[in-house]
Ligand binder design. Structure first.
Ligand code: S3P
Length: 202
């Protein structure tokens, strides 16, 4: 079973000091809370929330599970890449990736090159992530056996860890995770809430 290591949020330095943040990207494995935390962050900041899975579903008029079933994973990954490029110019936006979006190292490298963008890895031990997921859920086509999930998680961990900031979410409700994300981001970035300048509070 993979462990998440350091229980404190690890903050990697981003060059530029108190630069104005334009986009906040959430990454992490299935069950990490990207969508709920993203919605909470959007609520706190007034920023627009974009969930990549939902955007793909709207674009394809199909659920993620249907896209996997009818077209396969490679097609879905292509859609992820295509829609991500459309989001590159969004300002004051919170973007929740799918758990596998960064599995293509080229996608990750590209995201790390986005200007004024902070990528946050929502980290938790796999055991907790599995506990948060409904094993009977038909909406997650890659919710397979625990062994396969463990291998997938292990494979992806180094990619998630390339994010600018890692926030350990173990045992925390989404609202507290969102507060922690904002606290860590503000050590480096300036977040202007819509219609006002940053006051440093959630
Ligand atoms: C996937 C995770 C899902 C969704 C698709 C593939 C993955 O998103 O994009 O089922 O490869 O881990 P969530 O992480 O939001 O469940």
């Amino acid at each position: 079973m993979s462990e998440s290591g350091d229980q404190r949020a690890a903050v990697h330095p981003i060059q530029g000091g108190q630069r104005r943040l334009s986009r906040l990207i959430l990454t992490g494995f299935m069950g990490a809370g990207k969508s709920t935390v993203g919605a909470s962050l959007a609520h706190s900041t007034g920023w627009r929330f974009l969930d990549l899975d939902t955007c793909i579903e709207t674009d394809c008029s199909r659920s993620v599970a249907e896209i996997f079933r009818e077209h396969g994973e490679a097609y879905f990954r292509g859609k992820e890449r295509e829609l991500l490029q459309q989001m590159r110019s969004e300002d004051q936006a919170i973007l929740a990736l799918g758990g596998g979006t960064i599995e293509d190292p080229l996608v990750l490298k590209d995201l790390l090159d986005w200007e004024d963008t902070c990528i946050v890895f929502l980290d938790a031990p796999l055991k907790e992530l599995l506990g948060r997921m409904n094993p009977a859920s038909r909406s997650r086509p890659l919710l397979t056996t625990p062994e396969e999930l463990e291998a997938r998680h292990r494979r992806r961990l180094p990619l998630y860890r390339a994010a600018h900031i890692t926030v350990v979410t173990t045992g925390l409700p989404p609202r507290d995770v969102a507060a922690k994300v904002l606290r860590d981001i503000r050590k480096v970035w300036r977040i202007e809430e819509r219609g006002k300048s940053d006051d440093g509070k959630l």
